[in-house]
Design a protein around this ligand. Structure first.
Ligand code: PLP
Length: 468
């Protein structure tokens, strides 16, 4: 087969061949392939800043950072590419049982941003980082409580990854429907979406946040506090509806974890590394997690890297009895030893600092929230606008009083209309019936007012065309 240059200068023949090869052999993530029998898949060829170009040369403004909240510092960052190249030429890999230069330096830099936490366990996907935390919680249960305090609580609407372990802790039912049976010992607690509290029995008009947290306590009491070892939560729920928990929620959650000696695991796979305007989402709420997992924005997709970060208290439990042959974390992630990830992550973090992208995220997040609210004045189909930083959602309803969700086809029509206009937006997890009605916006942290105006005007046009 004829080879061709991978330097990005493709001829029309090259592009035709790429599309054919893709259609013949690539199984795309998350999509039904039947439509590709009659149309071509979208192949993203190139990116720069907040824009990407597909095989037809069409420019798109990316309002979802690579589709899934990942490219936080934008495309085409030479500084990161160069750091990765230099590191790969020096040393590409050695198993994580040994250390590496970028591994040590990134861990030091990361821990500076996470007071109270001290240890970084490297892995290569968000799911895997969450599995590490689950395994550590289980091992602590065996070591300290004879295996009894092994249950891990997760929340309705939250998502923690694609493995069977993570799906066992998955609060999005239709994602799970075809993959059971699941691992035992994972227990669901109710969601905390104030806009939909009318669907929850007994939810009060006032102090909903406190009530929602108390529902977690009720589950702990039902299960038996001596059986519950961990609580895993997203700081702001992503695919389950862009849900920033209500006032009072997190303080009560922390109190509950302290009271029942439950390890708090915060899944920052989406929120981590600037997305919400703080380095980590949990830092808005003054809580003290025992585990923080992160992935997508850690190196903005320039290399695969994820981390499970723990407190020294957790770490110490795995080394306090060196005479016990089982008392260490008997775990490896082969590609957790790749050096490209931490090399990219160091530069990614330096860019966020040098360009004050946290400040930009707060300012542009506020601006975008205001613009979405203004849009909701013009479009009655927008029932709620919410989120934090550059992590925002607009929930679409057929009626603001009943809050009946709009049909999925219409949500997808809005997304498709924006795409046709050259703006890529997202929608919440398509596989959850009745919960797929939130438009998602997560532009790169470099977004400027012009970019946001462009996104908003595209959504404005799409809503008018779809809903009148
Ligand atoms: N946790 C959250 C909150 C996520 O949104 C995701 C993926 O979207 C994951 C974990 C899983 O991460 P990965 O796809 O890297 O395994």
């Amino acid at each position: 087969m004829e080879s061709f240059k991978m330097d990005g200068t493709y001829t029309q023949n090259d592009l035709t061949r790429i599309v054919e090869a893709d259609k013949a052999h690539v199984w795309h993530h998350l999509v039904q392939h039947k439509p590709f029998e009659s149309k071509d898949p979208n192949i993203i060829i190139e990116g720069k800043g907040m824009r990407v170009w597909n095989q037809a040369g069409k420019e798109h403004l990316d309002a979802v950072s690579g589709g899934v909240w990942t490219v936080n510092v934008g495309y085409g960052r030479e500084r990161i590419a160069k750091a990765v190249y230099d590191q790969l030429m020096k040393l590409n890999y050695f198993a994580g049982s040994a250390g590496s230069v970028p591994g040590a330096l990134f861990a030091e830099k990361l821990i500076e941003k996470m007071p109270g936490l001290t240890r970084v366990y490297y892995t290569n996907s968000g799911s895997e980082a969450n599995e590490k935390a689950f395994k550590m919680i289980r091992q602590i249960a065996h070591k300290r409580y004879g295996g009894k305090k092994h249950k891990i609580l997760f929340r309705d609407r939250d998502y923690h990854g694609t493995t069977i372990g993570c799906l066992s802790a998955g609060g999005q039912d239709e994602r799970n429907a075809q993959y059971g049976p699941f691992a035992p010992g994972f227990v669901r607690v109710p969601h905390c979406l104030e806009y939909r509290k009318h669907e929850q029995d007994g939810a009060p008009e006032e102090n909903y946040g406190l009530w929602a947290a108390e529902q977690i306590e009720a589950v702990i009491l039902r299960e038996g506090p001596d059986t519950v070892g961990g609580l895993c939560l997203e700081p702001v729920t992503a695919g389950g509806g862009v849900i920033a928990p209500p006032e009072g929620y997190w303080q009560k959650v922390q109190e509950i974890c302290d009271k029942y000696d439950i390890l708090l695991h915060i899944d920052e796979v989406v929120c981590g590394v600037g997305r919400t305007g703080e380095w980590f989402g949990y830092q808005h709420y003054g809580i003290k997690p025992d585990f923080v997992t992160m992935a997508k924005g850690v190196a903005s997709g320039y290399a695969a890297i994820a981390c499970c970060v723990t407190s020294e208290r957790v770490f110490e439990m795995f080394k306090d009895d060196a005479t016990d042959p089982l008392n260490y974390f008997r775990d490896i992630s082969t590609f957790g030893g790749c050096t490209a990830g931490p090399a990219a992550a160091i530069e990614n973090m330096a860019i966020i600092e040098d360009e004050d992208l946290l400040g930009n995220t707060v300012a542009m997040g506020d601006y975008m929230l205001d613009q979405l609210r203004a849009l909701s004045d013009r479009h009655k189909v927008i029932g709620d606008v919410r989120g934090k930083g550059l992590f925002l959602g607009a929930e679409l309803v057929t009626d603001r009083d009943t809050k009946e969700v709009v049909p999925e086809a219409q949500v997808q029509a809005v997304v498709a209309d924006c795409m046709a206009q050259g703006v890529i937006i997202g929608a919440t997890n398509r596989s959850v019936p009745g919960r797929n009605n939130t438009l998602c916006f997560s532009p790169a942290l470099i977004a400027a007012k012009d970019d946001i105006d462009h996104i908003i005007s595209s959504v404005d046009g799409a809503l008018t065309r779809v809903f009148g």
